[in-house]
Ligand binder design. Structure first.
Ligand code: SF4
Length: 309
């Protein structure tokens, strides 16, 4: 099996795992690698950031805002923000955090370090070779931003641009994330941005579970140092790393979870939004819940601007 085929099969398995079917095929001998299964995967749309194969009807549901959510139309947005707020909304209330009911996250059993600091964490990482991702990396992408930030964004792992520059979210998806942050009335330096794994997976493949488990000890320590009020997980991989493997971002986005003393909100990855611009309004709705929780207001320029067509 080629690495590309293996990635497709793994993505397909994660899709069914996300739907809760893992026990079904285990117990009934269903072969997930069967021709029909692969054909289904071929006919589906692969959402890399959400890390799932999605049949068209599922994609249609994902693209539509959840009808039960109560958002009102945003007063407006600056032209720079208009793509993000295209069908914008304004959160009217921050829902209570939900208990984490799914299986344990990768952080279960991780040890905390007394008097920890970012310098200590960076020192511990060193020229890390703890997992196979070190083999093809250019730079370790530690994280960037305010180490006392109230808000932390967590992505999946570095891409090509990040690997070259040693900074998270600096490519096209990173520019969109910056736009999202500025839409919230903040700047990149006001928040902290990092990833579940700190080295680029080859060919931008999804990090393996063992790679995430090894590397996430550093992320947990970073969160322990920052102690943010809110964490936004960008995409399925980050959400599952923190909340557990059965949690799909399409079902958890826009909802609050408790995580190690912080509130955690999963939403779609900016890379997903680049391919699915219609989902920008969904992410903006999620971010407005975060804004409400943090007491952030839309900027005056954003309020003055004309709503986008
Ligand atoms: S991904 Fe994390 S654990 Fe793996 S080599 Fe890089 S820093 Fe070390």
């Amino acid at each position: 099996m080629t690495s590309e085929e293996q990635s497709r099969v793994e993505a397909w398995l994660r899709y069914f795992s996300d739907l809760g079917f893992s026990e079904t095929y285990r117990n009934r001998g269903f072969n997930p690698l069967s021709y029909d299964a692969m054909r289904l995967a071929d006919n589906a749309s692969y959402d890399h950031s959400a890390d799932e194969w999605r049949p068209p009807e599922v994609m249609a549901r994902v693209a539509a805002p959840e009808p039960s959510r109560d958002f009102t139309t945003a007063a407006g947005a600056s032209s720079a923000l208009s793509p993000l707020i295209a069908a914008g909304s304004s959160a009217t209330a921050s829902p209570a955090p939900l208990p984490i009911l799914q299986s344990a996250s990768l952080f279960e059993g991780s040890n905390r370090v007394e008097d920890d600091s970012m310098d200590k964490i960076r020192e511990t990482i060193g020229d890390c070779t703890r997992c196979r991702l070190h083999e093809k990396r250019n730079k370790i992408v530690f994280g960037v931003g305010d180490t006392k930030a109230q808000l932390v964004f967590i992505g999946e792992g570095p891409g090509r641009d990040e690997d070259v520059q040693g900074e998270p979210f600096v490519g096209r998806a990173g520019k969109l994330l910056t736009q999202m942050i500025e839409a919230m009335g903040l700047r990149r330096e006001n928040v902290y941005i990092c990833n579940v794994v700190k080295c680029r997976p080859p060919e931008n493949r999804t990090p393996e579970k063992d790679e995430m488990k090894i590397c996430s000890q550093f992320l947990l320590r970073q969160l322990g140092v920052i102690k943010p009020k809110a964490i936004v997980c960008l995409g399925n991989v980050a959400a599952q790393a923190l909340l557990g493997p059965t949690t799909g971002v399409s079902r958890t986005r826009g909802r609050w979870f408790d995580f190690a003393g912080s509130r955690l909100m999963p939403t779609y990855h900016p890379a997903y939004l680049l391919r699915n611009p219609a989902a920008k309004s969904i992410v903006w709705a999620d971010l407005q819940l975060v804004m409400a929780f943090l007491g952030l207001q839309l900027s005056r320029s954003a309020k003055r601007a004309q709503p986008p067509a």
